[in-house]
Design a binder for this molecule. Sequence first.
Ligand SMILES: *Cc1c(COP(=O)(O)O)cnc(C)c1O
Length: 463
Amino acid sequence: MSRSAHPAGPRYADVLPEGHHPAPPADLNALDPRVWSRTVARDAAGTVTVGGLDVGHLAEEFGTPAYFLDEDDFRARCRAWREAFGPDADVFYAGKAFLSRAVVRWLAEEELNLDVCSGGELSTALAAGMPAERIALHGNNKSTEEIARAVEAGVGRIVVDSFQEIVRVAHIAQKAGKRQRVQIRVTVGVEAHTHEFIATAHEDQKFGLPLAGGQAAEAVRRALKLDGLELVGVHSHIGSQIFDTSGFEVAARRVVGLLAEVRDEHGVELPEIDLGGGLGIAYTSEDDPREPHEIATALRAIVERECAAAGLAVPRLSVEPGRAIVGPTAFTLYEVGTVKELPGLRTYVSVDGGMSDNIRTALYDADYSVALVSRTSTAEPMLSRVVGKHCESGDIVVRDAFLPADLAPGDLIAVPATGAYCRSMASNYNHALRPPVVAVKDGTARVIVRRETEEDLLRLDVG
Ligand SMILES: *Cc1c(COP(=O)(O)O)cnc(C)c1O
């Protein structure tokens, strides 16, 4: 995860210099298809629907705040990624973006693989019937118990992240009488953030073993010696919310460079490389992400070119989009509680959720869009800050956005592109009850993760 591309310091709406306000959209009632999920539409009467269902009715039935996940859109994105990469590559959905049993079943049906990074994610994947050989286990500090469960289940790969873990996984596999397929997570000295990437001489981060200085090569050396391991490849993940492939280009070149070194030293051509996830999505109309087929074409070309230059057979490629699959498929529906105008400053719109259901704005300074969805309005645009109900002034959902000036308590507003890293990072701060996830498809809505209740909170509090 990364911060968004905004420079530090006061932002336009913090200082409101005359003439520097963001331009209001031409039509406040329009829903930009770039930021809303595929089946969201506003009909001629002004009613907003998703999957053919009126959002007002959805709010009555399921309450607010709630996440509404567009199943058709989710499946279409899975297929787009699968088809873009074709049969010679694997697409692993990064479960940490959002995981539930329904989602696992959709992934299984759409022939995607699944990344997990904890025992909890692993048990969800297995409980929903994802074949173990299509699961990869990640993490920089997997417990012995998590590794043992993964080995026992027969996961297709474990991505090892340290020298200690190489020995740990080998030992556990050997005890189980197995040979575990592993990849080594390397850091390539590239950090990608949104529109730019930074190439650094060495990586200062907790994940992976650096290529620079030879730790990655040493990890390969150690892994190749251990009977409990079948070393199948090298893994690199360079960042998140990335909009172009230049960072991947450097990563691929360096990873292929390691494969060539390994061949020269050990006479072994490792058969797989994984270039990770991090592909960006549109949170606002200004974001312009690449389509899966463009990314696939670019990545394949880079890998093929680098392998040709190194005299290597092209290894099997895998990628791990999380946000790019689930992010655009959901929106959060809130009810407006108060509208507070601070003359000369700004208007605060308070909703019935906040940082407990979307921490990304506070954590990463992320940008979001917002729209009034329970009715249309012809009122003037009002520069607004959408805030939550938590006891924290940084509890901001949408920093700066235009809403109609006649916005009032009881109106429903929706924040699109909240499918990734919102429910999965949700908290109980202030003993908030985490919202449900409702899957919508073809005129049917179905709760896939129910709303938390006060009994749920009290059940954990053993007094
Ligand atoms: C987080 C993560 C991903 C997914 O990142 P997105 O930005 O959601 O695409 C993929 N691979 C690894 C190893 C990750 O840690």
